[in-house]
Design a protein around this ligand. Structure first.
Ligand code: LLP
Length: 402
């Protein structure tokens, strides 16, 4: 890939996604559940670019959405409504109503209060809401505490006992149809044991529900498959799928996977330009034109992303790669070895296809980056760089109004 040309044509910072790579990951995951009914619902939050959603919809993917706007984006991208799931702890009435009207596959419910809301709204619409309940199996996923979700101390899901009460209520309601069961214990997981433990606990509950004549058809195992940013162990997909099947012990259900990071992370790179180098008290800083507003993961989670210099000689020196934002926490990498660089040299930040652009902001009134896709070796602009006009588009000039 000629990064120089890309930088000249599209400018920097620039997100570059290799869609062919996304396709390989999708097929790999689909294949691991071969011979079982499975539905891969891409977790839109990881990267919600419409072209990417469209590409995945064309491959046959479903979508896991956490706001009604994500549902709308999935539909706009051509997703089939019966492959869309709506999850999240805090859905608004208007969002629930719209999702029910759209007749999507199911709404993942996270509390008794939400179950009551969904029932009331379904009653108002005089329809039967297909639902799934998110069970919190109280399993430590052994990941970063900010992205760990399956412990009692987390806000997500409900306990096994509460779930049972909710299923019984749903079964007895004319307006609720419990078709799914759901768990998601965390993201960026490298150990499959906790996922399998959670699957066993939830499969056991599903079996119990059957004795109550509650017949679950969708077993939603959440997402969370980790990727290698530095030296993390990678999950073997075959073992991952086999463990889930073992936990199910022959129960006949469709397995739903809500995968985000695994599908798109490695396919993404962030191209950035060096602005300056400086040395403060013997500490070398490489200042680039991308910042925490473009890629928040290093600042928020102390996450590691490999950074590669495209220019410079072989001699490497220690440095921090930092952005122009006025925060000490604004860095892309710390204590890295890079050659001497000059203004205009290019760096590539790796593994940023997931939770990169989707977590970007306008902090410091910075304009969000452009995004391009590579499909069959062809380059396509899939999001224009923001302009100053975009930045102020929703602001109202109160002082100008007399
Ligand atoms: N399902 C549910 C209910 C989730 O909460 C998530 C992610 C997923 C599926 C997709 O998980 P994945 O396959 O991508 O691991 N911003 C953080 C990650 C937050 C994940 C939130 N939930 C990061 O940059 O690492």
């Amino acid at each position: 890939m000629n990064y120089e040309n890309l930088a000249n044509t599209y400018g920097t910072p620039l997100y570059i996604y290799n869609f062919d790579e996304v396709k390989l990951r999708y097929l790999e995951l689909k294949e691991s559940f071969y011979a079982r009914k499975s539905l891969i619902c891409y977790a839109v939050k990881a990267n919600s670019n419409l072209s990417l959603l469209k590409y995945l919809a064309n491959l046959g993917a479903g979508f896991d959405c956490v706001s009604y706007n994500e549902v709308k984006k999935a539909l706009l991208a051509g997703a089939l409504k019966y492959k869309i799931i709506f999850s999240g702890v805090g859905k608004k009435d208007s969002e629930i109503k719209s999702a029910l009207k759209d007749d999507i596959l199911m709404i993942n419910i996270e509390s008794f209060a939400e179950l009551n809301r969904v029932e009331a709204i379904a009653k108002e619409l005089n329809i039967e809401a297909r639902i799934s309940i998110r069970v919190n199996p109280n399993i430590d996923p052994k990941t970063h505490p900010y992205i760990s979700t399956g412990l009692n101390e987390n806000k997500f899901g409900v306990s096994i006992d509460e779930a049972k009460r909710m299923y019984i209520k749903a079964k007895n309601s004319k307006f609720l149809n419990p078709i799914g069961i759901h768990f998601h214990i965390g993201s960026q997981l490298s150990d499959i044991k906790p996922i399998h433990e959670a699957a066993s606990i939830v499969a056991k509950l599903m079996k119990e529900l059957k004795t109550l004549e509650i017949d679950i058809k969708f077993f939603d195992i959440g997402g969370g498959i980790g990727v290698r940013y530095k030296d993390e162990k990678e999950i073997n997909l075959y073992e991952y799928a086999q463990g889930i099947l073992a936990a199910l012990k022959g129960q006949d259900v469709t397995i739903v996977c809500e995968i985000g990071r695994f599908l798109v992370s490695k396919a993404g790179e962030l191209l950035t330009k060096v602005l300056y180098e400086k040395i403060n008290n013997n500490k070398r800083f490489v200042i680039v034109d991308s910042a925490m507003n473009d890629l928040l993961r290093p600042s928020l989670y102390d996450a590691y992303h490999k950074i590669v210099a495209l220019n410079g000689n072989d001699e490497l020196f220690n440095c921090d790669i930092v952005g122009p934002v006025c925060e000490s926490g604004d860095f892309l990498g710390k204590n890295r070895e890079l050659p001497n660089l000059k203004s205009g040299d290019l760096l590539v930040v790796k593994n940023v296809g997931a939770y990169g652009f989707s977590m970007s902001s306008n902090y410091n009134s910075r304009l969000r980056a452009a995004e391009i896709a590579i499909i069959n070796n062809k380059i396509k602009l899939i999001r224009k760089r923001e302009t100053f006009e975009d930045l102020i588009a929703n602001e109202v000039d109160l002082l100008g109004e007399e």
